[in-house]
Design a binder for this molecule. Structure first.
Ligand code: COA
Length: 163
C-alpha cells in the first residue's frame, strides 16, 4: 500500500514504551509519510522515568523504523500538531473501555482544531491487557515482563528499580 503524504502524531506518556505501543507505531509507520512519537511532558501523571529516559528508550526500540521522529511536547496537543504540520493524531484502542475516553478526547481536539483528525488503530489482541502502569507494577514486584516490553526497556526498568 502506498503511504499517504500525511504527517501523523502518536502522542502519549510512554512511561515506559511497551510492545503494545510498538505495535501501533509499526502499523502507523506503514500508513503515513512520517509518524512523530510525541512524549507528553505536562501530563498529570507522575512518571517513573524522566522525559529524556523515555525518549532514549523509544529511540532505541524504534531504530529500525525509518519514517519516525521522536519528540517531547507540552501544552495543547493540537497546537503542537499544527506546529509540526501534522494532520492526523493516532491513538491505539485496546478494548471497548478505551473508547469512551478516546472518543471524548478526539471530539475535544476537533473542537479545538477542525483541521486535525484523530484516527484509531486497533491494538493487537496480545496486548489488550497491557498498560505502562501494569508493567511498572509487575516489574517493581519482581515479575517477568519480557513478553510485554522490549529487552532494552527491561534493562532500564531494572536500573530504575535498583536505584
Ligand atoms: N499498548 C499498550 N498500552 C497502551 C496502548 C497500547 N497500544 N495504548 C494505550 N496504552 C496505555 C498506556 O500504556 C497508558 O497506560 P498507563 O495509564 O498505565 O500509563 C494508557 O494506556 C494511556 O496512556 P497514553 O496513551 O500514554 O495516553 P495518556 O492518557 O497518558 O495521554 C495524551 C494522552 C498525552 C495524548 C493527552 O493527555 C494529551 O493530548 N495531552 C496534551 C494536553 C492536551 O492537549 N489536552 C487536551 C486533550 S483533549
Amino acid at each position: 500500500m502506498e503511504r499517504k503524504k500525511i504527517i501523523a502524531i502518536y502522542p502519549g506518556s510512554f512511561d515506559p514504551i511497551t510492545l503494545g505501543h510498538l505495535d501501533i507505531i509499526t502499523r502507523a509507520s506503514t500508513l503515513f509519510e512520517k509518524v512523530i512519537i510525541a512524549i507528553a511532558v505536562n501530563s498529570e501523571k507522575n512518571p517513573m522515568f524522566s522525559k529524556d529516559t523515555r525518549l532514549k528508550m523509544i529511540k532505541e526500540v524504534t531504530k529500525n523504523i525509518e519514517n519516525i521522529e521522536i519528540d517531547k511536547f507540552s501544552g495543547l496537543l493540537v497546537d503542537y500538531a499544527k506546529n509540526k504540520n501534522a494532520k492526523v493524531i493516532v491513538r491505539g484502542i485496546r478494548a471497548l473501555s478505551d473508547y469512551e475516553y478516546e472518543f471524548n478526547m478526539a471530539l475535544m481536539n476537533r473542537s479545538l482544531d477542525e483541521s486535525i483528525t484523530t484516527t484509531f488503530l486497533v491494538a493487537h489482541q496480545k496486548y489488550t491487557h497491557l498498560s505502562s502502569s501494569l508493567v511498572r507494577e509487575v516489574a517493581s514486584l519482581g515479575g517477568n515482563v519480557s513478553n510485554l516490553v522490549p529487552p532494552f526497556v527491561i534493562e532500564e526498568l531494572k536500573r530504575k528499580i535498583n536505584e
